[in-house]
Design a protein around this ligand. Structure first.
Ligand SMILES: NC(=O)c1ccc[n+]([C@@H]2O[C@H](COP(=O)([O-])OP(=O)(O)OC[C@H]3O[C@@H](n4cnc5c(N)ncnc54)[C@H](O)[C@@H]3O)[C@@H](O)[C@H]2O)c1
Length: 259
């Protein structure tokens, strides 16, 4: 039997990149999916992909993770449609501007923190309430290599992703005894729309050349693939990883080992 038959998983940021790849992977493993994104267009695209892959059941929820009523909407959708929440990939995020701390700006800082940290916190809080009544569940938060190391020129991103690491460890201590595991992944450079955006900020028209420099910081000298992240997330959300809790798992070609 597929690992996710009869299981329900919510994925935020499901309209693109890592969220979309994970939706596809879990659909192939027969999960019921609640796909969340602020981009209705992205959601529709992922919806078509998972339908072709044959997910158990699929709900698409257009929602902004910074709004508490939207967070409650995706949680209620999952419970009303499928009766439980077995997994939560708390993944929506933005990169924000790249520049020196002194030039970063209060508004930009607040914007990045609202999505990457407050949005992750609000999602965890609402989902944990449901998981505690069930006495089971698994959460994977998306941190970053920028959440465990200094990368530079990313004040908002670094602060938010270090915050995700802190939230993960804190809540893992609180909920382990309720049968709930909470972990985070710390991806390095994975080729998605977000990374293409970073490269365009760095290299302009010559962004593909900037990509070569970008990957020189990992021993494998390549970008990761969204499917590689999806395989890790699926493992962490599955019962196979049942005793892994409060861990931050790098998936970065070894970048975290280099400095
Ligand atoms: N790609 C990488 O190299 C990389 C590395 C480390 C961490 N990450 C993290 O992985 C996560 C996914 O990134 P990605 O590379 O797939 O990016 P992406 O831009 O391809 O996808 C992000 C998705 O999140 C959605 N989103 C953004 N803000 C939202 C909001 N307020 N409410 C709801 N949805 C929102 C976007 O519409 C988009 O569909 C992010 O948290 C990112 O910080 C990515």
């Amino acid at each position: 039997m597929a690992r996710f038959s009869g299981k329900t998983v919510i994925i935020t940021g499901a309209g693109s990149g890592l969220g979309q790849a994970t939706a596809l992977r879990l659909a192939q493993e027969d999960a019921n999916l609640v796909l969340v994104d602020m981009s209705a267009e992205g959601l529709e695209e992922t919806g078509k992909l998972v339908e072709t892959a044959g997910a158990g059941g699929v709900e698409l929820v257009t929602a902004n993770v910074t709004k508490s009523e939207d967070v409650q909407k995706y949680v209620d959708t999952a419970v009303n449609a499928f009766g439980s929440i077995d997994g939560f990939f708390n993944n929506a995020g933005i990169e924000g501007r790249q520049n020196l701390t002194e030039e970063f700006g209060d508004d930009e800082f607040a914007k990045v923190l609202a999505v990457n940290l407050t949005g992750v916190f609000a999602g965890m809080a609402a989902v944990l309430k449901q998981m505690r009544t069930q006495g089971s569940g698994s959460i994977v938060n998306t941190a970053s290599v920028g959440g465990i190391r200094g990368v530079g020129n990313q004040s908002g991103y670094a602060a938010s992703k270090h915050g995700v690491v802190g939230l993960t460890r804190n809540s893992a201590r609180e909920y382990g005894e309720h049968g709930i595991s909470i972990n985070a992944i710390a991806p390095g450079a994975i080729m998605t729309a977000m990374v293409e955006g970073s490269l365009r900020q760095l290299g302009g028209e010559d962004w593909e050349a900037a990509g070569k420099e970008f990957v020189s910081v990992n021993p494998m000298k390549r970008f990761g693939r969204p499917e590689e992240v999806a395989a890790l997330v699926a493992f962490l959300l599955s019962e196979e990883s049942g005793f892994i809790n409060g861990t931050i798992v790098p998936i970065d070609g070894g970048q975290h080992a280099m400095y």
